[in-house]
Design a protein around this ligand. Structure first.
Ligand SMILES: Nc1ncnc2c1ncn2[C@@H]1O[C@H](COP(=O)(O)OP(=O)(O)OP(=O)(O)O)[C@@H](O)[C@H]1O
Ligand SMILES: [Mg+2]
Length: 348
């Protein structure tokens, strides 16, 4: 009875601390935060001015005394202090309901596949500093597989490809463990950079990365398209220094993204090459699931399956699979014990 009452007032949260987006889940309310991992800081006072969406709008538009930063790079904390403040802001936002008597939260939080122990420890420490009483660390693709309810407990090959902002993680999971994996820093952010570079090289136009991201989402594709679409691309002319607008077509964007897409396909191929043959046979039959925001790039499933020759399925809600996985784990402690990484609290 007491336990039931406590769980009603539980402040437990699941967090997907991503390079591009941070999501927070609570058992009572589901997904309560889904915002960019961006923070605006006043350099003079060190004060946080804005977090999430509000801070992202300021990117590239600030006077010298304001810095807008993304405290994670390729899924790893690159600015510890700002990450801690961002986490605290999001956790407080979730629990901003006046029940200050409630206990500190238990947190399930994710890290990318190729983190070092020291990098995982930074995530654990930042969570404790942001108010957690207990921290459980899970690898992102594992959480995503739980989120989409793959049968990871069975002795079969579950293949998941997470194309995020900062990393692409490919994992083959069987019997609650990651049997084979590869990771690359070529993911959504790199695609944006490719569009920026393409605009400069082909059109002599300087554009910002946020704008490149908009173009990618609107008319980007991983396969050539039959129908031509256009999008206005505004920026600064490299030669005259003046504002200029051109129309960019989906054909151009496809060309700009081609190399990143090829790198992701190569990563998938090389992961399959190191996968034990029994599991390869399962995967050949069952295919792979792609998740993460990059899974929303038009035609990415077709581009992958054409080369790799196995079925590719895009998750129905690729931006939230990881955080929903953390939510399921908060509710299933036995499963959490099976899949979490060991605590890093005694790592120096
Ligand atoms: N419709 C779309 N087409 C192509 N890319 C998209 C689309 N929507 C979102 N993205 C990209 O997905 C990326 C963000 O995905 P996600 O939120 O899964 O990353 P993350 O979890 O924050 O990063 P990581 O897991 O690498 O730390 C961004 O680069 C974004 O541009
Ligand atoms: Mg992610």
């Amino acid at each position: 009875m007491f336990k039931k009452l406590m769980s009603k007032f539980s402040r437990d949260v699941g967090i997907d601390l991503g390079t591009a987006n941070t999501l927070v889940y609570t058992p009572e309310k589901g997904i309560v935060v889904q915002e960019p991992s961006v923070v605006a800081v006043n350099n003079k006072t060190g004060q946080i001015l804005a977090v999430g969406n509000e801070a992202k709008y300021m990117l590239g538009k600030t006077p010298p005394h304001i810095t807008v930063t993304r405290p994670l790079t390729h899924g790893i904390i690159s600015d510890y202090e700002v990450t801690e403040k961002m986490l605290k802001y999001f956790i407080d936002k979730v629990h901003d309901d006046g029940h200050s008597f409630m206990t500190r939260p238990r947190i399930v939080i994710c890290v990318p596949l190729d983190v070092t122990e020291v990098e995982a420890k930074a995530v654990e420490d930042a969570s404790i500093a942001a108010g957690a009483r207990e921290v459980h660390i899970v690898q992102e693709p594992m959480a995503a597989a739980v989120g989409v309810r793959m049968p990871i407990q069975d002795p079969i090959g579950n293949m998941i490809v997470d194309i995020g902002g900062g990393n692409t993680d490919v994992a083959i999971i069987s019997l609650h463990g990651i049997v084979a994996w590869k990771s690359s820093q070529i993911a959504g952010d790199e695609m944006n950079k490719s569009i920026v570079q393409y605009a400069r090289e082909v059109f002599n136009l300087f554009i910002g990365e946020s704008y490149a991201e908009q173009i990618k989402k609107k008319i980007g594709s991983a396969i050539p398209m039959n129908e031509r679409t256009e999008f206005p691309m505004r920026g600064r002319d490299v030669l005259t220094g003046l504002p200029r607008e051109i129309m960019i077509t989906n054909e151009h964007v496809y060309e700009a993204l081609e190399r990143s897409v090829q790198t992701i396909i190569d990563l998938i191929k090389s992961t399959l090459e190191i996968t034990p043959p029994e599991l390869t046979a399962d995967i050949h039959e069952r295919g792979m699931l792609i998740t993460g925001g990059g899974a929303l790039l038009y035609g990415i499933d077709i581009a992958i399956s054409e080369v790799v020759g196995i079925p590719v399925r895009v998750s129905g809600d690729p931006l939230t699979d990881v955080v929903r996985g953390t939510g399921i784990l908060l509710d299933n402690l036995e499963l959490l014990k099976e899949v979490e990484l060991p605590s890093t609290r005694n790592v120096k």
